[in-house]
Design a protein around this ligand. Structure first.
Ligand SMILES: Cc1cc2nc3c(=O)[nH]c(=O)nc-3n(C[C@H](O)[C@H](O)[C@H](O)COP(=O)(O)OP(=O)(O)OC[C@H]3O[C@@H](n4cnc5c(N)ncnc54)[C@H](O)[C@@H]3O)c2cc1C
Ligand SMILES: NC(=O)c1ccc[n+]([C@@H]2O[C@H](COP(=O)([O-])OP(=O)(O)OC[C@H]3O[C@@H](n4cnc5c(N)ncnc54)[C@H](OP(=O)(O)O)[C@@H]3O)[C@@H](O)[C@H]2O)c1
Length: 483
């Protein structure tokens, strides 16, 4: 009881706390006996877990350790530049980061700079929320040819993580029919006048302005009723200026008849697809003006990426023709033995992200590529929790991630209340971890350091009419942060 009162008294009298209870420094100092929790990552899962913990218990202190010098995970490096409204969640995350009981330590690669065991020694609980940094591979010959990218790398390129691009071909094939595939298709075909007002990086903008890509095929292994994208994203493709849908009507055989058995969201999505595929696409004027095409192709699995005569670059893709076994969303694709070759210079594999293990001491289910857990409690690892895509696998929008992170926080609070998570002994928290990092030559970036980066990026963006111009290298970020 004494500890709790002491902690509250210290919070309300903290000289660095402003009237809203913020510190902004990343260096709060508190009673040593309040529960200390650290979270690995600073994407939506990390921030929603932190927010929920801080709200549920008035004594808990939360530190976030992030690999990059900048926070927000896929909100910064995944969400498409032309979806600025989605990025508004950053405002809520910023409030959490500035809370007097929350601190951010960027530029700390957990698993390399500090181990999970070391974090466990310093904190009462460790939450792993480091997302899905790998990608599922197609497992077909030719996958490593030039001109073949994972969607993760391609998205990273236009969002400022990687430097790559090859857009000197007419046709691009995207494998997978989820929302990431549609993000990539839309960015490839969007008029530059739209993109130049977004936070897309300047090198990507310049490459897209010069792009030769005129036709984008989004290929699925199953049929129209099984696509993984949602209606808003498909409608954006249908309404994309200066483009025309180009579908194969035969792919939609029997789909009209199946509509009556579909649940409402799937039914509306399928109706839009049918309308787009079977009706004359768009008004005459749009059709005549359109110089770029996109199409969904169904019942096709990648078999091989075909090389050019020099065996250097992608010249096409061999697709296996599938038939479906079963019906509805659970139908399975089975190869028929028939193949089809499509000429293309760019292949983007958008068949899903994948979590990877970062520390050998943490249980990891390699088949499901998640950390095995029960409501966020990592199995056979007391004091270890997980949230976000690492917990569920790499699907779900930010709202889904928010809910699963709230569930993890609830499990933790329950465990603290029941005493199954022991928070009675004092822990050193960031004090000992920062000392360790210093010894190892790692200089963490605080939230106020990130705000310096933020200010520089927004100022650079202003000059060209963009919301921000991102810094592109970790070195540049550190230079600004540590000024
Ligand atoms: C391309 C793309 C576009 C999307 N667009 C939308 C959209 O428009 N709307 C929507 O609602 N949802 C969208 N989503 C889904 C949304 O991004 C996810 O639901 C959400 O980001 C998952 O959150 P997370 O915190 O689990 O993972 P992440 O956002 O990936 O965060 C993980 C964080 O952990 C950090 N990290 C990784 N390894 C380490 C380590 N070893 N040590 C320390 N830190 C580490 C990473 O740098 C990252 O900051 C999109 C997803 C993708 C892939
Ligand atoms: N605007 C937005 O709201 C937005 C934008 C981007 C992402 N997101 C969200 O982020 C999450 C991840 O999106 P995502 O597109 O990466 O994943 P996804 O929605 O799971 O889609 C993956 C696609 O890849 C296909 N696929 C998987 N394995 C395959 C294989 N071995 N061979 C061929 N095809 C394969 C899937 O087909 P099967 O169905 O046959 O498995 C599916 O079409 C989703 O929840 C998505 O909604 C949202």
């Amino acid at each position: 009881m004494f500890c709790l009162f002491a902690a509250i008294a210290m919070i309300s009298h903290s000289p660095s706390a402003d009237s809203a209870g913020m510190n902004g420094s990343g260096n709060a100092s508190f009673s040593t006996c309040s529960p200390k929790v650290c979270i690995v990552g600073s994407g939506p899962a990390a921030f929603y877990t932190a927010q929920s913990l801080i709200k549920a218990r008035q004594d808990v202190e939360v530190d976030l350790y992030e690999r990059l010098p900048v926070p927000f995970g896929l909100v910064r490096f995944g969400v498409a530049p032309d979806h600025p409204e989605v990025k508004n969640v950053i405002n809520t995350f910023t409030q959490t980061a500035k809370h007097s009981r929350c601190s951010f330590y960027g530029n700390v690669n957990v698993g390399k700079d500090v181990s999970v065991k070391e974090l466990q020694q310093a904190y009462h609980a460790v939450v792993l929320s480091y997302g899905a940094e790998g990608n599922r591979s197609m497992g077909v010959p030719g996958e490593d040819l030039a001109g073949v990218y994972s969607a993760k790398d391609f998205v990273g390129w236009y969002n400022g993580l990687k430097s790559l691009s090859y857009l000197s071909c007419e046709t691009a094939v995207i494998l997978g029919q989820g929302n990431v595939a549609l993000d990539v298709a839309r960015v490839l075909l969007s008029p530059i006048d739209i993109l130049k007002k977004t936070d897309i990086t300047q090198p990507a903008l310049e490459a897209l302005a010069e792009s030769q890509v005129r036709r984008v095929l989004v290929v699925g292994r199953r049929g129209p009723i099984q696509v993984a994208c949602t209606i808003k994203e498909l409608r954006e493709m249908v309404n994309l200026p200066n483009t025309r849908p180009d579908m194969v009507a035969a792919d939609f055989e029997g789909v009209t008849e199946a509509l009556k058995d579909l649940q409402r969201p799937r039914k509306r999505l399928t109706e839009l697809m049918l309308k787009t595929a079977l009706e004359i696409p768009g008004e005459k004027e749009k059709q005549n003006k359109a110089s770029r095409f996109w199409g969904l192709r169904f019942f096709r699995s990648p078999i091989e990426i075909l090389a050019d005569p020099d065996h250097n670059r992608t010249a096409g893709i061999r697709l296996g023709v599938n038939r479906l076994e079963g019906s509805g969303e659970g139908a399975r694709a089975v190869l028929t033995g028939e193949v089809e070759d499509v000429t293309c210079g760019l292949v983007i594999s958008s068949i899903g992200y994948k979590s990877i293990p970062i520390d050998p001491s943490v249980p990891f289910d390699s088949r499901k590529a998640i950390v095995p857990n029960n409501m966020g409690r990592i199995e056979q690892a007391a004091g270890l929790y997980c949230s976000g895509w690492l917990k569920t696998g790499p699907t779900g929008v930010i709202a889904t991630t928010m809910n699963n992170s709230f569930d993890t926080a609830r499990s933790m609070v329950e465990d603290m209340d029941l005493g199954t998570l022991d928070v009675s002994a004092a822990k050193t928290g960031s004090q000992s971890i920062c000392a360790l990092l210093e010894k190892r030559g790692v200089k963490p970036v605080t939230f106020s350091d990130w705000e310096k980066i933020d200010t520089v990026e927004m100022r650079r963006g202003e000059a060209t009419g963009k919301p921000r111009e991102k810094l592109l290298t970790v070195e540049e970020m550190l230079q600004v942060a540590q000024k």
